[in-house]
Ligand binder design. Sequence first.
Ligand SMILES: *Cc1c(COP(=O)(O)O)cnc(C)c1O
Length: 407
Amino acid sequence: MPFVTHLESAINGTSLPHDQLQTTHEGRPLWVRYDLEAVAGAVTREDLATRAPTMWRYRELLPVEHEKNVVSLGEGMTPLLHCERLGASLGLTNLWVKDESQLPTGSFKSRGLAVAVSRAKELGAKRLAIPTAGNAGGALAAYAARAGMEAWIFMPADTPIVNQAEAANYGANAFLVDGLITDCGMVVREGTRQMGWFDVSTLKEPYRIEGKKTMGFELAEQLGWDLPDVILYPTGGGTGLIGMWKAFTELGGIGWLNTEHRPRMISCQAAGCAPISTAWEKGDRFAEPFPNPVTAASGLRVPKAVGDFMILDAVNESGGQARAAEEDALLAWARRGAELEGISFAPEAGACLAVLETMVSEGAIDPNERVVVYNTGAAQKYLEIINTGLPELPDPVDWEAMASRTF
Ligand SMILES: *Cc1c(COP(=O)(O)O)cnc(C)c1O
């Protein structure tokens, strides 16, 4: 599947070879570029329809060269669920949730790491390392185990307990660090020199974006190659948002999509860690590090994103916005979404629902527009938050209280 032509620096367009392990260029991320004309000649939308329903059905636009190197746990395609009740509570008639909570390890991090681990294996890496605020560590641990590779994982001491446990359970070398994810990042950087680790941090290698962009391919395919009006995406490092925007450009490039109608991309953060929305409000292309980041939406606790300009470029090109939700609101909306639809909403996705409420009330989103929210993870990975305790059943049972639900 030799459709990749080269890697390209996102900051200045410098071209780099793709047949060896690459990291960043001048500290900034790399794009993977394809020969789109050749892809257009090699596969049709009809061909796709006959393939297995995993994200690897888009293999011509993925970077793994030999199928034998694909490290897979059967990731994708995830359901796109029409949410009438949740939509009505937000004043919307056409609300959809792309439910990524059903992926291996319970979050969409599996998409990015499936491709990054596959490609790292293909290019000869043996020991993979990552700093993580939560779900990325679990996903790396699982895919490294699947590949028979080593995983080295560093997380802040207040990382959700399930993320700590899952990394250990998949046999990774996992450690707690007294500090922020940026401190974990420094350990990994030093370890690339001392231990020969390959750093698979967000955007420090080119292939996690490629995995995450399959969220955009799936959405387009599920909607009959007609994109929605608005997409809300919970943004930490931004790989998913950047990847989806790249996906839409590539689908336009092979003639599968009408590029005139592209969605407004809404980057959603938590008010306790909102570097991207702060930069967007000021009209800046680069974000300042966010001081004292605090939010239960651990996937959004990224105070400094190396791909800040890529996120902001995509948001602005799309006519979208970067917004932040208050902590109380994002937690309440994640819970309400679960109650109204039976979807296991992560607090990160709660930030999208809270921003959606605000934008509908401002008139920035029309009640009949087709709106898609990404639920990027499963609520059960946030045990400390969702486990609020249950009332004990009295003995004897008080049936009157039961009937009036006042127990
Ligand atoms: C990592 C993570 C995010 C942020 O994803 P990026 O693509 O890095 O912006 C959002 N939600 C969940 C559940 C996550 O684990």
